[in-house]
Design a protein around this ligand. Structure first.
Ligand code: ZN
Length: 152
């Protein structure tokens, strides 16, 4: 069973258009990682610690040998809120803003959106899995309930 088929089936199509994040030398590998359906997180080659947001120096061992490593894309909802404010004209509210903790490391959390999930279904600790929304050159990592089917 493949977790993330490279044919783009991990892509979600949304009703609104997201603002493409700026791709910098430090973040480009993170934002474009989803092109093959796989989430990659900056990781220290010295001690193995994952670093997010990406940074050039490991805060644990001060190592500078930091690269990007694939992760499972699985995590749990750490906290969440239902945004009702129209911060971006192209993204009409409401939508769920969540902090998702990846299974790879305690405290390794991404600020993201949970999609394909009603607020009634959301709870802290809910298992979620990554999917991606295309915005310009970027593939923005989003999460959806791992076992939450109903739509298939
Ligand atoms: Zn390190």
């Amino acid at each position: 069973m493949t977790d993330a088929p490279p044919d783009g089936s991990a892509l979600v199509v949304e009703a609104f258009e997201r603002v493409a994040p700026p791709l910098t030398e430090r973040t480009a590998a993170f934002w474009t990682s989803g092109a093959d359906g796989v989430l990659r997180i900056a990781r220290c080659h010295g001690c193995g610690r994952y670093l997010h947001p990406p940074r050039p120096v490991c805060p644990a061992c001060r190592g500078r040998d930091v690269g990007f490593a694939p992760v499972s894309g699985r995590g749990t909802v750490w906290s969440w809120t239902l945004n009702r404010y129209g911060w971006v004209p192209s993204m009409p509210p409401p939508y769920v803003v969540a902090d998702v903790e990846l299974v790879e490391q305690p405290g390794l959390r991404l600020l993201t959106n949970v999609v394909d999930c009603s607020p009634e279904e959301l709870r802290v600790g809910l298992p979620v899995k990554v999917c991606f929304s295309r915005a310009g050159e970027a593939y923005i990592p989003l999460f959806r309930p791992e076992a939450g089917d109903g739509a298939g």
